[in-house]
Write a protein that binds this ligand. Structure first.
Ligand code: ADP
Ligand code: MG
Length: 751
């Protein structure tokens, strides 16, 4: 029996340490299980293949089992030669008639041609540089199974480099266990160089024979019964060698809807959600000061009343959500998600005001100086100095810094707005109770943790308290992804936009004529006093710009200034400019001294210039939809009609081009995000935040959303009933986590 303490230490250790990618190590109390045997010891593998596998992260038998097929091919139905068509994949049973070796080059290279036939016609099989000795196996008269892609050469069907199944009887009734490639549903794997799919199937068959039966179950039986899902061992076997049952039809297999697939999908989601939700639960064991009673609420309400606008319904709801959390004696971990321009900043400020009114200190960290300054200024102007604030960036002078430090050290209730500079050691708060992080995806988990740790302290009465934290994200994230990538946070959505904004008219611009027309329209906008952005892409999402791109932005700025818009002032902004230069240029744009701002994606981050009504994005096909949407959000901020032109060289019919049309059709960031998730996968959203991506091998957030929701509900239930998994009915799960140590979720925790 495992001790409870053992479980908890294993668990909490792995959730508080920073992510590591060390090879799996088993706790000493657990004997190494057979699945941890190295792949090279599987019959038929050996050191050479073992190395090839290891290079693909397939080190143990368990890894091998988890190398699931990408898709399946139907080889149950045997086709007639007379029905073959060019380019189709075919599976046939044929009798060898004759063969010949044809020399094709000076260096002894040759072509092997094997002529075969059955009742429905004749077929050639061809090998260039055939494996040595293979020709000896094609004795005239023997029956073989053949599959591969059909080509017609001089009007006759042939298959080049077919997959051969030996020893097939003419009526196809028999298929030896180690062939598995004929007369059945055959799995197709991601290619591993140097290993044919046939070899892979043989190895998997051997591994399953030797080790498959001992695969320990990971999920509680009652949950498997609840969803009528099979146990782990038979499921793994069925994924690699689908049984001949209706539930494993080709359609079910390729759509990952067999019982075995669903079992694996559910299992992956369940384990993951359990970890995430458990992490969330753990915050209720930690203390925080509670805020937002009388004084804080009064202050919030009076500031809200004095705003130059009225809060939207969603903004009000968000403020209330946050207040509910701040009132708790445990730290808040909340994510506010809202489209660009939905007004998240004021929500953050109003809740900060409550904390400040009750004596707390607040930190607001943003990714760029431009944004920090903008936030600081809008804090001043929105609240007319009623919210004590300070600004700290890389630009802050020594005297400014010591002044700030003095205020913080004296415990003055205030909000400190700044960049990464907030993370520096000398910045010490006396009572940091509320941590706000804007544009969260620009920060790494370590940075978020560092800022938060500045608020962890022990009170005079000996209680340790943690700060509340609120994370703001302008990238609408699909629900399923939010449940996984931010599973450890509570999410508030702001979907409603402040009133008086008309949708940005968006056009995909493909050719010269369209471009000329767009320039004309832009000129009209500029003539009536509006401003325009021209954006150039970056390859990576760091600020390190590729030389050629930088060059093209500079060249284009020149071209726009002299050729296209000679009567207007054109400015240039890019990541390799000095910070003051950047801020100065931005400032001139804000004041209207520059009408056209040519920029690389540095402006992506929350810049607010309501007079700009045109957004042009060059090479739009290089951006993800959400990012384009984000950029588009720079215009249409006032009540003026705005325009977005997506310049692209991608072909009209291509998928890239169709993808861009989503932006012509909708302004709803969440819809765009869903489309992006479908097209580009979760990486688009997680970006550098979780370089490892989500730990799902079989499960897919788009395809399997309903299983994610089921798994999440079940995980919530278990955490309610038996959070430490002490109940014997949960022992399989408990043992799984002891083995894995919770590593699966750790990389994705926000703090
Ligand atoms: P984001 O959610 O992208 O961070 P901001 O907080 O920067 O958006 O808000 C964008 C602009 O909208 C700001 O100028 C802000 O003052 C303004 N704003 C915020 N809320 C409202 C509202 N309810 N009505 C009108 N304007 C608002
Ligand atoms: Mg913002």
């Amino acid at each position: 029996m495992l001790q409870k303490d053992k479980f908890i230490t294993t668990f909490s250790k792995s959730t508080t340490n920073s992510p590591s990618r060390k090879p799996r190590k088993l706790p000493e109390s657990i004997p190494g299980s057979p699945q941890d045997t190295l792949v090279q010891f599987v019959k038929g593998v050996g050191p050479k293949l073992g190395t090839i596998f290891a290079n693909r992260d397939i080190q143990t038998v368990r890894d091998l089992f988890n190398f699931f097929p990408r898709t399946y091919e139907d080889r149950t139905r045997v086709q007639k030669i007379s029905d073959l068509t060019e380019g189709a994949r075919a599976t046939l049973s044929v009798r060898v008639q004759s063969q010949r070796m044809i020399p094709i080059a000076k260096f002894g290279k040759s072509l092997l041609e094997v002529r075969c036939a059955n009742e429905s016609g004749t077929l050639s099989l061809k090998w260039f540089h055939p494996p040595r000795g293979i020709e000896k196996r094609f004795q005239p008269g023997i029956q073989v199974g053949v599959s591969g892609k059909v080509k017609f050469y001089q009007g006759r069907p042939e298959i080049v480099h077919p997959e051969i199944t030996w020893g097939v009887s003419s009526d196809l009734g028999e298929d030896g266990p180690h062939h598995h490639s004929f007369g059945r549903m055959v799995p197709v794997y991601v290619e591993i160089e140097g290993v044919t799919s046939r070899t892979l199937r043989n190895i998997l068959w051997q591994a399953l024979e030797s080790f498959g039966g001992t695969l320990p179950e990971e999920l509680p039986d009652n949950l498997l019964q609840k969803w009528s899902l099979p146990r782990l061992a038979p499921s793994v076997r069925a994924l690699h060698f689908p049984p001949e049952e209706a539930a494993y039809s080709l359609e079910k297999l390729v759509s990952f809807r067999t019982p075995a697939h669903e079992r694996l999908i559910y299992g992956e989601f369940f384990k993951f959600e359990y970890l995430m939700l458990r992490k969330r639960l753990q915050t209720t064991r930690v203390n925080a000061l509670s805020f937002g009673r009388r004084e804080g609420r009064d202050q919030m309400e009076s500031l809200a009343k004095s705003l130059p606008f009225r809060l939207t319904g969603d903004q009000k709801r968000a403020v209330e959500d946050i207040f509910k959390d701040l009132l708790q004696p445990h730290p808040m971990s909340r994510l506010v998600q809202g489209d660009v321009g939905s007004g998240k900043t004021v929500v953050a400020f109003l809740t900060a005001a409550a904390v400040i009114a009750e004596g707390g200190q607040v930190a607001l960290m943003v990714p760029t100086e431009i944004l920090a300054e903008q936030h600081f200024r809008s804090c001043q102007s929105l609240f007319q100095g009623k919210l004590p604030a300070a600004l700290l960036t890389g630009k802050s002078t020594g005297p400014e810094r010591s002044q700030i430090q003095k205020r913080l050290g004296s415990g003055e209730p205030m909000i400190l707005i700044g960049t990464h500079a907030l993370l520096e050691d000398p910045v010490q708060f006396q009572c940091l109770d509320y941590v706000l992080i804007d544009e969260q995806h620009r920060f790494g988990v370590d940075q978020r943790r560092t800022l938060k740790s500045k608020g962890i302290r022990t009170l005079a009465n000996g209680t340790q308290v943690h700060p509340h934290s609120l994370i703001l994200s302008a990238t609408p994230i699909p629900r399923t992804l939010a449940m996984t990538a931010f599973g450890d946070l509570v999410v508030t959505l702001i979907r409603e936009m402040p009133p008086g904004r008309s949708p940005v008219i968006t056009k995909v611009v493909r050719d010269k004529t369209q471009r000329a027309k767009a320039y004309l329209q832009i000129q009209n906008e500029l003539k009536s006093g509006r401003q325009a952005y021209f954006i150039y892409p970056l390859v990576s999402d760091s600020e390190a710009e590729g030389f050629t791109q930088l060059k093209s932005a500079i060249a284009e700025a020149e071209n726009l200034a002299t050729e296209v818009f000679p009567e207007f002032r054109v400015g240039l902004l890019h990541g390799q400019m000095k910070n003051d230069e950047k801020v100065a240029t931005m400032e001139r744009f804000k004041k209207g001294e520059i009408q056209v701002l040519v920029s690389t994606t540095v402006v992506e981050v929350g810049v607010d210039v309501p007079n700009s009504t045109v957004m042009v994005i060059e090479h739009a096909e290089r951006f993800g939809l959400s990012q384009l949407h984000q950029l588009r959000g720079r215009v249409g901020r006032g009540s003026l009609q705005s325009y977005c032109y997506l310049f692209t060289t991608a072909k009209e019919e291509g998928p890239t081009s169709t993808r861009l049309e989503v932006l012509e059709e909708t302004q709803d960031g969440f819809k765009i995000a869903e489309a992006d998730l479908e097209i580009r996968g979760p990486g688009e959203f997680l970006g550098t935040r979780q370089s490892g991506g989500l730990p799902f091998k079989v499960a897919n957030l788009v395809r399997d959303a309903e299983w994610l929701i089921r798994a999440r509900e079940d995980a919530i239930q278990i955490l309610k009933e038996d959070p430490e998994l002490k109940d014997t009915k949960n022992s399989a799960l408990r043992q799984y986590f002891v083995r894995e140590g919770g590593r699966a979720g750790e990389r994705l925790f926000t703090f």
